[in-house]
Structures are given as structure tokens and as C-alpha cells.
Write a new protein. Structure first.
Length: 268
């Protein structure tokens, strides 16, 4: 059996009882650590779970999934995923690969930013399509996600923006070499994300977004020190929410009265 287990948003205790029971009894346990991160290190997770973990990086999950699925037709193998297993399309593909090999699968769900964003007071059924905001470089400034933000705004819907995570990212120089070297991990902040968005506003690439559009910055949701700040887009470019992970919400123009009342507590 191949188990895909969500371990929640913040620390080792966010795993469900059902998930923990499975982890304790399976033959091998992998920890996927690139689509998102948890605010505890591998050793802390191992101590709580009572099980050794094998780190599954991007290359293993996307290109060498056979390593993870090896013998899963005769053994029990689990892959732990931060948040909920189906928050990333990568894991949907992995389930399909397993089923194509006639390996039985079981999903254990958990909380993710997709439902935990309700802690802002913005109602979940008022959200449109989610977007991902990537880091820009001097030569590469993708803006394809803008169309989705504009559509959501024109439909009076909120937009959840997932901010870039770069873990084990190879350097440009090493891509043509046999041995890869990697850049230090980077986690986009709300300050960096809104600075990029503001550039799109000023260049008129994003016409529905304005300096005064209400944004909500979120950091370390599920932690004791989680942070939520609501302010204008231009104000958010100066907000420091501390360590990762950060997410951003671009709010619809018209808030429900309950949304308006609830979000007051987070106003800058």
C-alpha cells in the first residue's frame, strides 16, 4: 500500500491521529520537502513520529518516483506532505503513477493554507482561482498569473497568492555540469510579492489592481506566533511579517459586512 499523508501546517503535532498510526507501522516513510515546508526540522519530526524519515526532494518526487514506489505492492510505504496531499498537483500525478503500477493507495487529509486562509475572516466561498507568484530575476519576470488576479477582481472574488519557495535550486552555472551546486533556500515574503505586484501596476500590466487595493498578509499560519496584517497593496511593500512561510490575499472590492467587521482586527 502507498499512503499519501498530510501532516498539517506548522509542527510535528499537526499530523492526524490516523496519519500518525500509519506512520508508526509502515515499512518506509518519505518526507516531501519542496512544495512546502514545516517549521520543524527532520530530527524533531522523527522523534515525535518514532520513525526515521527519508527526505524526498523535487528530483526524487518528479523524476525518480519509482524510488518511492519501489516494492509498495508488497510493503507499506508512506509519503508525508506538508498541508494536505492534494494541495499540489505533483502528488496527484504520484497517485496516478502508483495506480498504473497496480499499487493500492490511501489518502490521509489534513489542513492546508487553502482552508486555513479562512482565519482572515474572508469567507472561503468568496475566493476565486489561486495563483502562484514566482521570484523574478533581472532577465525573467513572468506575469501570466496576472490574468487570474484581474478575473477574480472583476468577479468580486478574493485571490489567494501562494508565494515562491526555492529549496535545493541549482545554480545556473552548474546546470551544464555533472555535479550540481545549489543556491541557499529562499522563501518569498509578502513584502517581496507586493513589490513585484506594484511594479505590474505601475507598468499597467495589471490594470484592475491599484495601490490602495486591500491585501492581507499571512505568516506561519497554525503557529503560536502566526501573523495576519491587512492594509493596502502599497503599504504591504513595507510590512515585515518575520520568518516563513508567507501567503498573500488580494481582497475583493466589496466585502461582506461580516468580512469587514472581522478584518478590522488585522488592520495596519
Amino acid at each position: 500500500m502507498f499512503y499519501l499523508i498530510g501532516i498539517g501546517l506548522y509542527d510535528e503535532k499537526d499530523i492526524t491521529v490516523k496519519g500518525l498510526e500509519i506512520v508508526k507501522r509502515v515499512d518506509r516513510v518519505y518526507l516531501e520537502y519542496y512544495t512546502s515546508i514545516i517549521c520543524k526540522n527532520k530530527e524533531e519530526l522523527e522523534n515525535f513520529y518514532g520513525k526515521s524519515l527519508i527526505i524526498a526532494d523535487r528530483e526524487m518526487v518528479e523524476q525518480n518516483s519509482d524510488i518511492i514506489l519501489k516494492d509498495a505492492d508488497v510493503e507499506d510505504v508512506a509519503l508525508l506532505v506538508v498541508g494536505d496531499p492534494f494541495a499540489a498537483t505533483t502528488h496527484t500525478d504520484l497517485i496516478l503513477r502508483a495506480r498504473n503500477k497496480n499499487i493500492q493507495t490511501k489518502i490521509i487529509h489534513n489542513a492546508s493554507i487553502f482552508n486555513a486562509v479562512g482565519c482572515t475572516g474572508l469567507q472561503l466561498y468568496n475566493f476565486g482561482e489561486t495563483v502562484s507568484i514566482p521570484y523574478w530575476t533581472d532577465k525573467w519576470k513572468p506575469d501570466s498569473f496576472v490574468k487570474k488576479i484581474e478575473f477574480n477582481l472583476s468577479s468580486d472574488l478574493h485571490t489567494l497568492c501562494l508565494l515562491d519557495i526555492q529549496v535545493k535550486e541549482p545554480t545556473a552555472e552548474s546546470l551544464t555540469k555533472k555535479v550540481k551546486t545549489y543556491l541557499p533556500p529562499r522563501f518569498m515574503s509578502v513584502k517581496e510579492a507586493t513589490t513585484q505586484l506594484l511594479e505590474l501596476v505601475y507598468s499597467q500590466i495589471c490594470r484592475n489592481l491599484e495601490e490602495e487595493t486591500l491585501c492581507v498578509g499571512l505568516a506561519r499560519i497554525g503557529a503560536d506566533d502566526q501573523q495576519i496584517v491587512a492594509c493596502s497593496l502599497i503599504e504591504m511593500t513595507s510590512v515585515d511579517l518575520g520568518p516563513p512561510l508567507h501567503s498573500l490575499v488580494i481582497a475583493a472590492s466589496n466585502l461582506h459586512p461580516i468580512e469587514q467587521e472581522y478584518i478590522k482586527q488585522f488592520r495596519l
